[in-house]
Ligand binder design. Structure first.
Ligand code: SF4
Ligand code: SF4
Ligand code: SF4
Length: 308
């Protein structure tokens, strides 16, 4: 193979950068905007009502065609011995916490994507695969995702999961707020299945009103803090609890939106060099080409195996 000298290499890189910058400028114009409708929906998770039955985990998997196992297995409470994060095979998980006034009465906390009002994942995605939809859902276009995992790094709640076990085209997975169900007027699967109504779905403004009313009526039961009302400038999923939220695995966050923070870090890193968009577009182009090549290889294998 012919070797490039340093000058030829740099020239080629700049040419690719210039081409990708042009492409990115066009893409940026076409990139989806962050839609923040005043009528967006939300969910209130009342951790004082949740009994840790994990039926929401089962319903979520079923709604997303993920392997569920049998329903009885979800009553196995030994899973609570380990703190779990959402994964590509479980878009929501429930954890149990025993810190608090009464050790015999654990607090169960359902975890999933928070559907931030100003999502760091949307802002970090270099190919515009993520969007904040009018109903509050933060969803993504699988065909655009190049598996770069910037969204994983950017998310202040460490939610997006990666299909590490997939050798070809591993992609990102997370709760999609049951976008396909809710646009047909159905409830999110987890909300619809919760047997004790620990989850309440409705317009975000109304959810906040309900949460405030609960706190007003039972001040001994709830802290005067609705987690998600202001954290990272607001999220669609919000929580009530008796305990301090930091004792329940929630990160301590500012009320400033997370993208501002992640962007300022990126800008800081690249301050003395080219703007991050240059690198983003360069890396994006390389990963996009690699994704295309994987797809071509896979189709070639299929042909060879006689699967045409
Ligand atoms: S919680 Fe993370 S993945 Fe979900 S919308 Fe916010 S930044 Fe994105
Ligand atoms: S809203 Fe849908 S995708 Fe999200 S946790 Fe609930 S069931 Fe799963
Ligand atoms: S279904 Fe409801 S009560 Fe059961 S674990 Fe999920 S949120 Fe808690």
């Amino acid at each position: 193979m012919k070797k490039l000298n340093r000058r030829q290499f740099l020239k080629g890189t700049v040419a690719l950068g210039a081409a990708t910058l042009t492409a990115t400028a066009t893409q940026a114009e076409a990139a989806p905007k962050n839609v923040l409708s005043p009528d967006r929906m939300g969910v209130l998770v009342d951790t004082t009502a949740c009994v840790g039955c994990r039926q929401c985990e089962f319903a979520c998997k079923k709604a997303h065609d993920l392997p569920t196992g049998n329903l009885e297995s979800y009553s196995d409470r030994s899973v609570f011995n380990t703190m779990r994060r959402p994964s590509d095979t479980a878009l929501t998980v429930v954890n149990e916490f025993r810190s608090g006034k009464d050790d015999a009465l654990p607090t169960n906390v359902k975890v999933q994507c928070m559907h931030c009002d100003h999502p760091a994942c949307v802002s970090a995605c270099i190919v515009g695969a993520f969007t904040k939809e009018e109903n509050g859902s933060v969803i993504w276009a699988t065909e655009k995702c190049i598996g770069c995992r910037y969204c994983m790094v950017a998310c202040p709640f460490q939610v997006p999961a990666f299909e590490y076990q997939k050798a070809l085209q591993p992609l990102i997975a997370k709760c999609d707020f049951c976008f396909n169900r809710t646009k047909e007027g159905k409830l999110p699967a987890c909300v619809g299945t919760c047997p004790v109504e620990a989850l309440t779905y409705g317009p975000r403004n109304e959810i906040i009103r309900v949460a405030r009313e609960k706190i007003r009526r039972e001040p001994e039961r709830y802290r005067t803090h609705i987690f998600g009302e202001h954290e990272v400038a607001g999220t669609s999923w919000m929580y009530l609890a008796t305990n301090d939220f930091t004792e329940l695995g929630f990160p301590k966050l500012h009320n400033k939106s997370a993208p501002g923070v992640s962007e300022s870090i990126q800008h800081g890193i690249f301050a003395s060099y080219f703007p991050p968009v240059f690198y983003y577009s360069l890396i994006g182009s390389v990963m996009w080409l690699s994704k295309k090549r994987h797809a071509a290889d896979e189709s070639e294998h299929h042909k060879e195996d006689g699967h045409e």
